[in-house]
Design a protein around this ligand. Sequence first.
Ligand code: NDP
Ligand code: 8X3
Length: 255
Amino acid sequence: MSLQDKIVCVTGASSGIGAACVEVFAAAGARLLVCARRSDRLHELVAGLTGKGVEAHAFQLDVRDRDAVSEAFESLPKEWSEIDLLLNNAGLSRGLEPLQDGLIDDWDEMLQTNVQGLLYVSRAVLPGMVARGRGHAINIGSIAGREVYPKGAVYCASKHAVGAITAGMRLDLNGTGVKVSTVDPGLVNTEFSRVRFHGDQDRADQTYQGMTPLSGADVAASVLWVAQQPEHVNVAEVLLFPADQAAATVVHRRS
Ligand code: NDP
Ligand code: 8X3
């Protein structure tokens, strides 16, 4: 499908995979509707896009805030209200501890963001797509939604939930003209690990030590490919690993 002048909404656009997707969709001719909590970054992003002649509109959003999500999508300017493609990307991990030692605040934040936030945004956007008889939701899952690794039970549970929601969405939207896909990456070097380790950059760097991880741009290339399929084709699932990775915990490291 051509993305020329299509409205693409990216959640979690202020960093990493989301920001990289904004760039590739902009280059493909789309109009970009971007949201996240850090509005300074969004404004920078929009300034860069409009400087290149790309139409873009930003709004600050915490996807965990149910009322804020419905209000934000209900109050979009008319010219931004008919979203063609929703990229459910906002998400995070917090902590890497055995379950018995986990911080309950970390669990709440992951489940509220990755599961409830994705649901709130989808509930706000999908009815419009159904009414128009067309649209595409692409969810960013993870290898953590297909496997469980030690000390990652709750993050993995949140991404397994994303996988179940994606499958359920596809069933429920079948016949409406709205496609549903998931792109599930392995290790991607973004701010993800720094967020997981509460700002500890040295610990974050160890995640990618001795191996070559994916970049946000690598993931964005797959998301774009999924989005650009012809109307009658749906790439339901993409599992994308760095060449050095074969499973969640099987990573070839050189040092
Ligand atoms: P980053 O930390 O670089 O980006 C995460 C994005 O999510 C940021 O833009 C952040 O924006 C946004 N976000 C987090 N919490 C909220 C919230 N409550 N409301 C709105 N936006 C929020 O990490 P990635 O780019 O790597 O992560 C993007 C997605 O990819 C996540 O769903 C993650 O689970 C998934 N993923 C990541 C992998 C990796 O190895 N990096 C592998 C597989 C999947 P802000 O803080 O400004 O709100
Ligand atoms: C992020 C990839 O393996 O760190 O979803 O969980 S992993």
